[in-house]
Design a protein around this ligand. Sequence first.
Ligand code: CIR
Length: 258
Amino acid sequence: MNRFTQAIVRVPSANLAEGISSAGLGRPDLALAFAQHAAYCDALRACGLEVITLPAEERHPDATFVEDTAVIAGRVAVIARPGAASRLGEERSILECLRGMRSTIAQIRAPGTLDGGDVCQAEDHFFVGVSARTNPEGAGQFCEAVRAAGYTASTVDIRTNPLLLHLKSGVAYLGEGRLLAAPGLPRTPELTRFEWLEVPAEETYAANAVRINDRLLVARGFAGTARMLEARGYATLALDVSEFRKLDGGLSCLSLRF
Ligand code: CIR
């Protein structure tokens, strides 16, 4: 499992509540969202990461979901091309931020679209979701970029599962050859090479956990998943991200870790 040293986050914008949402959980409370975001940043620091904080992007209410704008792997960065029209352009400031930090920067080009939330790295393999946001062209461009850097890659079509906005809404790599999976995640040959831990059906949201060095960030409030992970010896750190969940966001989407 990679050891991470840094993370990029973006302060939520004042118009966060205008972000895209299908959750049906109501409008986010802005003050609470800010507090949850601050606690999330503290948790990243507690995992040993230096946190680089980008300013809010008032033109893009979803820009705090910074994971969707890029994927960083070793010395390579791939700048995404968000699949939702209102999010197109969020990737520009990430490109500026990453220039100088990475020697190779690839970019997804039109007609390709790719959201970083559709990319799940498991050791030297990348799983790339084909979703309502990431089209086959974007997934193909991404696979080419990481293969050129010596990684392997395969696609996972999640378009038939309405519960999964992104691939990582339904799977997390836990390290040690193990995946945390939501029920209904397609069993592709590449995915089934790993051991699966499946979250209970009513806890699909909890499949979006984030392994950072020796800790595992999990969403607070999913007791079945927490028990299962703790029984396996994971040092979990439970975080409340209720206000981001209202906008279909999970734990992983609030940072880019590298
Ligand atoms: C969106 O629909 O794009 C945002 N409201 C949520 C993005 C969440 N991103 C992620 O899980 N990687």
